[in-house]
Design a binder for this molecule. Sequence first.
Ligand SMILES: [Zn+2]
Length: 730
Amino acid sequence: MFRAELVFFLRKRLALLGSLAVAAATVFGVFSLSGTDPFSFRDMRLTSTLSAMGAARSAAVAGVLAVGLVALLWLSRDKRSRTEALVLSAADGTRLLLSRVAVLTLYALALCALCVLVTLITWVAASLTANLGALLQAVLLVTLPALVLSLLLCTGLYLLFDSLDAAFLGLGTLFFISLLSGDYRLRWVTTHVNWFSDFAGSDMLAPPMAFGRLIACLCFGSLFLHGLLAMRRYGYGAHDSLRTRRSRGALGVLAAVLTAGCVAAYLAEPFVDRNSPLLKQTEISRWGTTEDTPTVNEAGGLRMKSLRSDALLDTEHSRITATATYILESAANTREISFDINSGLNVEHVLVDGAPGRFSLEKGSLTVLLPAGASEITVSYGGGIKSPSLQSLAGYIGRDSVYLQEGSNWLPRPRGLADAAFALTGSITAQEHLTFAVPGRLAELEEQNSLRTWHYAMEIREVDVALYGGVYETRSFQAAGVPVELYVSHGHMEASLGRDIPSVVEDIVAFYTDALGPYPFDTPLRVVETSLYKGGGHSSLNLVTAAETVFHMKKPGADTEASMASFAWMNAVDLLAHEIAHQWWGSGVTAAYEPPWSDEGLASFMANAYIAHAFSRQEADGMGLYPWISSVEEQKDSYFADDEALAKVSESKRDQILGDRLHAQLYYEMPLLLMGMEKELGAEVFWERLSGVYTLSQDSGSVSWDIFCTAMGVRKEEVRYERYYADFPA
Ligand SMILES: [Zn+2]
């Protein structure tokens, strides 16, 4: 029966059309770098690692539809041609169905093989060095499961409802949910991963991808079994068909087990950190209502003398084992101290003044009880790192890439710390092939048994300690008297030098030194390439990062439209300039947060001023002024600008709206206010006063909105968007 069905299937034109669609989608996928992000990827050099995921995703989208449609038309064939009676009186319905499913499974496998073959041919044609490993991984994790899932889904729906329309509708609905959902567990067509990083490997991505697939397989597998149970015997209704089915007991139990497994796996999802204070602190609770701001350690002004951190990485298993010792100046008035800690980490023990201490750990929060006069707390902890979002990782430990940004709370961060400087010393130990960009001064590099330990030291004010590891090459150079170290992945150094990234950094540092004053640290400025698993850039202490999209761009003008190419490049320069500006506003002097007053506004303004200096005022306005005004206007015109409208929506929707509003205030409105000031005061006076207030604020390390306005010689209540931009042509 199987052979007969196979022969029959091969003669069908629809299956051939489906294959052509998958082949075409694969070719499109290889070249679709700009598909997900119009700016960052625009001018990036194409590599086989990057395009492997593009090909697999495109093939999955086309393949899911091809397999689904072919399956539905094939399964309903007898019914549509009214030969059902003829066929089913001559054959066992179940056996016939299973042979057809087997043929369709072969079809799905053939489509995956086609995707691999077409990708390899396309790579050869485009003279790209093939990365077969990345391609097979992408196809096995993305394309193949998606096609099998499509088959299970369509067959299950068709049998369950005995209706082609219901099955089409179900496929279409779940297809769009998968493409649009932000929840990786629902993304059964393409998974949550858009691209494989060109240098960071994908070992840290595979577990959540496979887990998402497992949930979908359990769900659709259960649906398929339910379909089998409900499968109509010719001439019977659903109920009678079920009653007369011999294997209904076993099938029913199996279906129930799969359903229970699916629900359990969905709920016990182990990869996303839903309690991350990162989510709350940066976007939502800092907005408006102050009661959401963490107020633990209410004695306030907990003063720290020093912090010692030692971490050992197991990059094979994505794990960290670490101890952190916090020496407090005096804990006389403090009963307990609370830390933000990544919820993937487990605390093994806590010592208070050398003796075992009492502590509680829940939902990413560690609280340690302090006896009167206690001054030393040592926390021993370990585990993996979770992120609040899998699309943009706050931290990960991979074989060839380690990203431990402070926002991941890989190092427990005490809340309610007084704003005073203290000494940080630390070490990070990992496999010797990794090079680490560490904060502060690199004190010593030890090598032992194929491990390397990087010791660092620095004076800091907040526990903003980030560590970035990779298979890096480094370059050292001077920028306006500041020693700079560039950490770029091995394969991207040539492109970075081709774009002359060192000169760009040098020019940016020189511009800020000239405009504001000297670089705030006596340690080197480290500029570090990070993977696209966290887009954009970041800055903390003397470390600046930017995603690989900045470091692997094509040479100017090469095979892209000149205007788009230069626009992409200008965006990359703007990103670097923004992050480097945080070395002055953020690391050097912090703007005491009072939205829209923030480091973000100052950094965006400084970067835009640099773009005007390096390119032209007109181009800087095209990237800054105009889009910023339209974003601010959009917020003001928003239906939800009205508090009553806002009160009516759900809490999660409200958080999202308030988050967007806050983003517009910090990143767009604030720089616009500074531009307004500059225009009113005149450039010369403005920049002289700006540099003055920066220099004056260096001792205390922070500057409030009030003090800033006074120092700039403007009245705070007059610094308003409406006043500066009232007559701006819309
Ligand atoms: Zn920023």
